[in-house]
Design a protein around this ligand. Structure first.
Ligand code: NAD
Length: 479
């Protein structure tokens, strides 16, 4: 598989033209109705499923990840597209809501309309799965999409739009991929003047998200921002340490640690800390070099990984597996650090490499406190033998998702919303919230009969209005 190098750097004019075509195509798409859109999206899903190998090869070639990981990425994408297609009508269709005592004469209804054209800006680490968390849901909600993939993975973006045009003939302009560097993303977000999009769904680093937010501010374009993470795993004294170690190594090292909700920190109660470290080390040591995960996709990220590891040691942390020497190969060796001070960059900043910090804590309260102390707030996990305790701990964590006795459990469950807070961004993709992120609620009332006291008419005598208001006040004062 050769990597595409022929993708152009699209300009603001190209983007505006794509948005204009998308808006036109979106009208026809919205007019199709939810049932037909579902049929069309499922056709696309089946086509993608049949082309798994082709997608996996492009993903692997552009990111450097092993092709088996890329296949799993395609599968996750299919699961989400399937859910979005099948649930859009239920979630976004018109529904009746209670109108309340004061408005008993009204029928109250809520429905959702598509926003129009969604600009999706994607990262390179999961170049299909991550942007499709916005693209699939936005299309299912009746919108058109202009997609700007990462400059490191343009081929996935181009193939995605091609596959849509082939699978859903007659709606080709509904999904356009524009390629180019950060400046193309900036133009899509409106940094060079309005691009015409009705919302931006951005996935990438918090630094870029701030620039995108500033560009969106000029036109009051709403923004959904999925940024990085510094996810923590909390390990209780009663946890199955083998299961925890297995999940931690996978969560920290798979995709070479380049996962927004990957495991970067572990807080284990002191009584099991050493034992857990030993089990993590033996598993990480046994990973087949160059097969379990690939090289860093963005070579310059090595500087960040190296700085974090070196500073952790300077700050008093211990390398229980690997160290700066592990970072010499093209494929980095796994690094496990312990006892790293909480203000060291390996604990505070996103590392995005196969590095995990395993720190001891006196108790689970401290573990929760430390997990919540991060500027990031995306995912977290808890390992404990007691499900009730796991759930109770989950409720105290600030992150957008928590897995009990697994890591990243939420990623493969499309009905679960995904997103974070703080430096991890805002808004939600996936699930019902993910569909609603790309739709505007429209509230409708239908007057059923004349009310006993019409509060919206000058014809109602003032004393009658006053009596009704007083009655209402008394009711609210009592109940
Ligand atoms: P990045 O911020 O460098 O780039 C993301 C995208 O933004 C790219 O397409 C890039 O071309 C574009 N871009 C760059 N400058 C821009 C600008 N000024 N205006 C608009 N767009 C611009 O991020 P990355 O390195 O591609 O991805 C890695 C980051 O993404 C990590 O922080 C990771 O944690 C995060 N991520 C988050 C999630 C999530 O769902 N929360 C998922 C995957 C990755």
């Amino acid at each position: 598989m050769t990597i595409r190098t022929d993708t152009p750097a699209h300009s603001l004019d190209d983007i505006r033209a794509a948005v204009t075509r998308g808006r036109e195509a979106g009208r026809a798409w919205a007019a199709l109705g939810a049932r037909e859109r579902r049929g069309a999206l499922l056709l696309w899903k089946r086509a993608l499923a049949r082309r798994t190998e082709e997608f996996a090869e492009v993903i692997a070639a552009e990111t450097g990840k092993p092709v088996h990981d890329a296949r799993a990425e395609v599968l996750l994408t299919l699961v989400h597209l399937d859910w979005a297609a099948r649930n859009a009508r239920r979630v976004l269709g018109r529904r009746r809501v209670p109108s309340g005592l004061l408005s008993v004469h009204q029928r109250a209804l809520v429905a959702y309309r598509p926003l129009g054209v969604i600009g999706v800006i994607g990262p390179w680490n999961y170049p299909l799965y991550t942007p499709m968390g916005s693209i699939g849901y936005a299309l299912a909600a009746g919108n058109a999409v202009v997609f700007k993939p990462s400059e490191l993975t343009p081929g996935v973006g181009v193939l995605l739009a091609e596959s849509f045009a082939e699978a859903v003939p007659g709606h080709a302009d509904l999904l356009t991929t524009v390629t180019g560097p950060g400046s193309t993303g900036a133009a899509l977000a409106g940094a060079e003047g309005p691009s015409g999009v009705d919302k931006i769904a951005f996935t990438g680093s918090p630094g870029t998200a701030r620039k995108v937010a500033a560009a969106c501010a000029a036109t009051l374009t709403p923004l959904l921002a999925e940024c990085g993470g510094k996810d923590a795993v909390l390990v209780a004294a009663d946890a199955d340490l083998d299961a925890a170690a297995d999940a931690i190594v996978w969560g920290a090292m798979s995709n070479a640690g380049q996962t927004c909700a990957g495991v970067e920190r572990v807080y284990a109660v002191a009584s099991v800390h050493e034992d857990l470290c030993a089990r993590i080390v033996s598993r990480a040591q046994a990973l087949p070099h160059g097969e379990a995960y690939g090289p860093l996709t963005l070579p310059s990220q090595l500087d960040v990984v190296e700085r974090h590891v070196k500073q952790a040691l300077v700050d008093g942390g211990r390398a229980v597996l690997g160290g700066p020497d592990s970072l010499r190969d093209r494929v980095l060796g796994p690094v496990v650090l312990a006892g790293v001070p909480e203000d060291s960059p390996a604990v505070t900043e996103e590392t995005f490499g196969p590095v995990v910090v395993v720190n001891p804590v006196p108790d689970m309260d401290t573990a929760v406190e430390r997990a919540n102390a991060s500027a990031y707030s995306l995912g977290a996990a808890v390992f404990t033998a007691s499900r009730a305790k796991g759930l109770a701990l989950a409720e105290r964590l600030h992150s957008g998702a928590v897995s009990v006795n697994s890591v990243l459990g939420f990623a493969a469950i499309p009905s679960l919303p995904f997103g974070g807070a703080g430096d991890s961004g805002y808004g939600r993709i996936h699930g019902e919230e993910g569909l609603r992120s790309f739709a505007a609620p429209r509230s409708v009332t239908v007057r059923r009969f004349a009310p006993a006291v019409d509060l919206t008419s000058f014809a109602t005598p003032r004393e009658k209005v006053a009596r009704a208001v007083e009655l209402g006040r008394r009711l609210h004062a009592r109940f």
